[in-house]
Write a protein that binds this ligand. Structure first.
Ligand code: FES
Ligand SMILES: [Fe+2]
Length: 379
């Protein structure tokens, strides 16, 4: 078996469709934080490959997850990204009514229309839900085992505390990217490019000064020396002392980026944290939803300063860049730029994979990523 996914994995509709079942149809996708589900009826929706799911808090305080369609004729039950559905889930089509535990409770005119219907057989299709450090994940496969997936991260340093009272929930961001989701992951776990592509922003660290560590299917990145040029002014560190995040995020050896297979990136910034969740859209196209939590002295809405932000659609994309990406001073823009360039290269008929560099602070993590994908998506 080749150590690499073939280029078709990044470019063809056939691979995309298989993968949305074999990878995302069985994967844990970030849906929100426990703080998003404060009240009974609070829900959030998410796409996991082709599956549309939602998580909802029930009246007993449990978090449940379901496939977002009615068991009658399939109408989508809850709308939008989030909301509160009250004490029950009512389908707008024929008003079948489900409890927040998914049980089918009411069928209008049941005696005339469905004399033999057994309500116990038509509860909402369950999905799986799991919580790790306030982060809520859902999985289309109701039998999926969250403990096994998350176990390798137990006991690892985790420099994020969303219960800190002065952390503010910032406006979420949506990036529309003309690259396969795997191209984005491979860039995010590539320690080889940091000092080159990001010379003017992150400025490093060099391959020998950063390291990815495998943790089951996941990976944790850290700078192994004080190799990051980008530092916080002392004044901000002093003001931020109460959050506890500053010290941890700037301590060598402490995890800087957490990649949770397949689609979640958790990044402690020196000022807070972010969770990015990748969604495949089609072959060669993906979206990334970014949630951010910031310190008390920071604005919760920085969208106007993000290169490529389009106010009308609320989407960030290269189509709306107004200056050359390498002149923006924004490393995220540099990453989007390079991922879209890589995608165009992959789609070129003459393209063949070149060699990957050696090393946990270089491109070994891409090999590990492909190993993890291999059992489900190698053909
Ligand atoms: S589709 Fe939901 S009640 Fe008919
Ligand atoms: Fe990067």
């Amino acid at each position: 078996m080749s150590e690499r996914l073939p280029k078709e994995a990044y470019t063809t509709a056939a691979w995309f469709e298989t993968e949305s079942k074999t990878v995302f149809g069985q994967a844990w996708t970030f849906v929100g934080t426990t703080h998003d589900f404060a009240q009974a009826g609070d829900f959030r929706t998410v796409m996991c490959g082709a599956d549309r799911l939602f998580a909802v808090r029930d009246k007993e305080g449990r978090l449940n997850a379901f496939h977002n369609h009615c068991r009658h004729r399939g109408a989508e039950l809850v709308d939008g990204e989030n909301g509160n559905c009250g004490g029950a889930l009512v389908c707008p089509y024929h008003r079948w009514t489900y409890g927040l535990d998914g049980a089918l409770r009411g069928v209008p005119n049941k005696r005339e229309c469905f004399p033999d219907l057994d309500r116990t057989e038509l509860g909402l299709l369950p999905a799986a839900v799991g919580v790790f450090k306030d982060l809520v994940f859902v999985n289309p496969d109701a039998g999926a085992d969250f403990e096994t997936w998350i176990a390798p991260l137990m006991g690892k340093e985790w420099p994020h505390d969303l219960s800190a009272s002065d952390i503010k929930d910032a406006v979420p961001l949506v990036y529309d990217m003309k690259c396969d989701w795997k191209v984005y992951v491979e860039n995010a776990i590539d320690g080889y490019h940091l000092a080159y592509l990001h010379e003017n922003t992150l400025g490093g660290p060099l391959p020998g000064m950063n390291e990815w560590e495998r943790a089951g299917q996941h990976m944790i990145w850290s700078a192994t020396e004080d190799g990051i040029r980008h530092r916080l002014p002392q004044k901000i560190r002093d003001e931020a002392g109460s959050t506890g995040m500053i010290e941890s995020a700037s301590t060598p050896g402490y995890g800087g980026v957490y990649y949770l297979f397949p689609s979640t990136l958790v990044v402690p910034t020196p000022y807070g944290m972010s969770v990015s969740s990748l969604q495949p859209v089609s072959a060669g196209r993906c979206r990334m939803h970014v949630r951010q939590w910031v310190g008390p002295w920071q604005s919760t809405d920085e969208r106007a300063y993000i290169p490529g932000y389009d106010k009308a659609s609320g989407i960030i994309s290269s189509e709306h860049w107004t200056k050359p990406p390498l002149e923006t001073g924004d490393f995220q823009t540099e990453d989007v730029w390079i991922c879209e360039k890589v995608q165009r290269g992959l789609e070129s008929p003459a393209y063949r994979h070149g060699p990957l560099s050696q090393g946990a602070g270089a491109e070994d993590p891409i090999r590990w990523f492909h190993e993890t994908l291999a059992p489900s998506s190698h053909h």
